[in-house]
Design a protein around this ligand. Structure first.
Ligand SMILES: Cc1cc2nc3c(=O)[nH]c(=O)nc-3n(C[C@H](O)[C@H](O)[C@H](O)COP(=O)(O)OP(=O)(O)OC[C@H]3O[C@@H](n4cnc5c(N)ncnc54)[C@H](O)[C@@H]3O)c2cc1C
Length: 271
């Protein structure tokens, strides 16, 4: 189900997990001015109730709390700010998608991509059942609502939880609208089995070690065949998101949300 990644003018298919001919990598990102750390206006205490190593670099945390319902948005792929305690008494807060919510257990699940050298991945790897943290939110993901006729989703590992949540919702929907998704990984071992509608078309793109993150995903934004009435959603490294925004603006999409979920070389990046 991968023949939807073709050039806009031809129907030549590009194979899954093969290089999509990519534009030149984007310029090196610039540094941002230092910001004052912000404390959340309203944050809820949570405790780690379970941990699951989903794939090679994806760790799922179950976080339980007391009445978490107001912290969970009713749209899939919505996110919270997760605050982890650091040893020096300060907190480290970063955005994480609410992958799932169990109202009976009052528990949310968050999938943390364990990129090398990250503070949150380090905390997630070290935390234990009963470890405390806080969450603030929620915020919507920007994925178009049910009125879009078709969806085109583009994600790297950090946005994979959002795409997984969206596909899950679509698989329970009666409308059965077309959904196409391209997901870029740095390591094929991070591929997941996703619950998706039978008509969903999914392609996994595995980048080469010397490729900039998001390069293949930005190329996919140029190449994906888009059905009429498609709402496009793209989230990945910020330079790739910028390239994709440019590419998708030039295509016929009914709605567009392209966001940098992180920026290479910049901590606490906000798009
Ligand atoms: C709305 C939203 C939802 C998100 N949802 C998720 C989610 O569900 N799961 C998830 O894992 N992430 C998610 N992210 C991305 C996550 O917030 C960032 O990756 C964040 O920077 C991680 O914090 P950190 O402590 O690891 O690194 P930081 O302290 O922010 O940065 C330290 C260094 O790590 C680098 N870095 C950050 N992220 C990556 C990466 N993915 N790969 C390689 N280098 C990186 C930075 O460039 C910097 O050089 C989301 C981001 C947004 C905006």
């Amino acid at each position: 189900m991968t023949d939807f990644l073709s050039t806009p003018t031809t129907s030549t298919p590009a194979a899954s997990e093969q290089p999509v001919s990519a534009p030149a990598a984007s310029a090196a990102p610039g540094a941002r001015a230092a910001r004052q750390p912000r404390r959340p206006a309203v944050a809820r205490d949570v405790v780690v109730t379970a941990r699951e190593q989903l794939t090679e670099h994806m760790l799922r945390l179950h976080l339980g709390g007391d009445d978490l319902t107001p912290a969970v948005h009713d749209s899939p792929g919505s996110w919270v700010k997760l605050f982890a305690p650091l040893g020096d008494g300060s907190e480290h807060g970063r955005a994480y998608t609410v992958r799932g919510f169990d109202p009976l257990r009052d528990e949310i699940t968050i999938d943390v991509f364990l990129h090398a050298g990250g503070t949150m991945p380090h905390w997630a790897s070290e935390c234990r059942i009963g470890s405390g943290a806080r969450i603030a939110g929620p915020r919507a993901s920007g994925v178009a609502g049910r009125r879009a006729e078709a969806l085109a989703l583009f994600a790297d590992e950090t946005a994979l939880p959002a795409v997984a949540a969206v596909l899950e919702r679509e698989s329970h929907s009666r409308h059965g609208r077309p959904v196409r998704a391209a997901i870029e990984l740095g390591d094929a071992r991070d591929r997941q089995e996703l619950e998706a509608p039978t008509h969903a078309e999914l392609v996994w793109l595995v980048r080469a070690p010397d490729e900039a993150p998001g390069t293949r995903l930005a190329a996919a934004a140029h190449l994906m065949d888009l059905l009429p009435g498609t709402a496009a959603w793209f989230a990945a490294e910020a330079s790739a998101a910028k390239e994709a925004r440019r590419a998708l603006r030039a295509r016929e999409v009914s709605a567009l949300h392209a966001q940098g979920y992180w920026r290479a070389g910049v901590g606490d990046y906000r798009d």
